[in-house]
Design a protein around this ligand. Structure first.
Ligand SMILES: Nc1ncnc2c1ncn2[C@@H]1O[C@H](COP(=O)(O)OP(=O)(O)O)[C@@H](O)[C@H]1O
Ligand SMILES: [Mg+2]
Length: 286
């Protein structure tokens, strides 16, 4: 079996993954995408690989490389369909809704005036966020019409074309935390709660993570959400609604897990490495 892992920077996660492959006795070639020249019509040396694990830090690099490699018929973890869907909050909403998975209500508009109408349809407080983004950047809670008008005007005037897509979500009155379920091969293998004084609970924004028991509900929703986007490996983020229970907010196709190994007592990178091997051997169909 020949495996490669593409990356743009070897973070702790990528080093842990490489160590895990080694510890299960599987060799994997780390390939720095910054040094690669692809020929989209000829796989060249890539043809020798049975599977490629995408760990690029940049979404554009992930999409570009995985599109080309899949074009050469190489099995990529995760597949490009998964990356495309998870990277885009609107596509995620559509996939989750299509699979009957509870997710916050959303409205989308393309102009300033209809954007404000979208917020009014959702009601206050509403959450505005870029369809493509991470680490809580530009995620805004809007409590009244004045704020909605200001944020939408700023987005449509100062932002890129992409910021002109007004994606409005209902605000979930969660209990000061959100939940992340790590899914490997359709199994929720570990879960954490991310708690913060601030309503935005990304650890990149200072939230603290703690291990969480995997309930039946979490196990079921995590696995179904991963399946809805065709993910081999992903982190499913959920919000707890006081009345409706768990709702899936988003799915991360290239998860960070360095701070969740000790917190959960689960060796996430080793489970990932083993799953890649299983995928490769065709023991698991995803
Ligand atoms: N609809 C919502 N209701 C309540 N909290 C939310 C909602 N949307 C986002 N949040 C909070 O903001 C954080 C970041 O939002 P998220 O949609 O995950 O964007 P990002 O991709 O930037 O992480 C979430 O982890 C959660 O704490
Ligand atoms: Mg998030």
């Amino acid at each position: 079996m020949r495996l490669a892992m593409t990356y743009t920077r070897l973070r702790t996660e990528e080093r842990l993954l490489l160590d895990s492959f080694e510890s299960i006795g599987v060799s994997i070639d780390p390939i720095d995408l910054r040094s690669v020249v692809f020929d989209p019509t000829n796989p060249g040396a890539w043809a020798e690989y049975d599977a490629v694990v995408d760990r690029s830090l940049s979404l554009t690099n992930s999409l570009t490389s995985v599109r080309i490699l899949e074009g050469h018929g190489i099995r990529c973890v995760n597949p490009v369909r998964t990356i495309e869907t998870c990277a885009d909050k609107l596509l995620t909403t559509i996939a989750l809704h299509g699979a009957g998975i509870p997710t916050p209500e959303v409205r989308v508009a393309l102009e300033e005036e209809s954007g404000i109408e979208a917020v009014e349809q959702i009601g206050y407080p509403a959450v505005l966020k870029p369809t493509v983004g991470s680490w809580g950047r530009l995620v805004a809670r809007v409590n009244d019409r004045d704020a909605a008008e200001a944020i939408i005007e700023h987005r449509t005037t100062l932002g890129s074309v992409q910021q002109g897509v007004i994606y409005v979500q209902e605000h979930i009155n969660k209990p000061g935390r959100d939940i992340r379920a790590f899914v490997v091969g359709n199994q929720v293998v570990a879960a954490i709660a991310r708690a913060s004084e601030h309503w935005v609970t990304n650890t990149a924004r200072g939230a603290s993570a703690s291990g969480l028991t995997i309930t039946d509900d979490l196990r079921d929703l995590g696995a179904r959400a991963a399946q809805a986007v065709g993910a081999d490996i992903c982190a499913v983020d959920l919000l707890e609604d006081p009345e409706r229970g768990l709702m899936v907010n988003e799915i991360n196709h290239s998860m960070e897990f360095r701070n969740s190994i000790d917190t959960t007592g689960v060796n996430i990178p080793e489970l990932v490495a083993q799953h890649v091997v299983n995928v490769c051997e065709g023991a698991v169909s995803c």
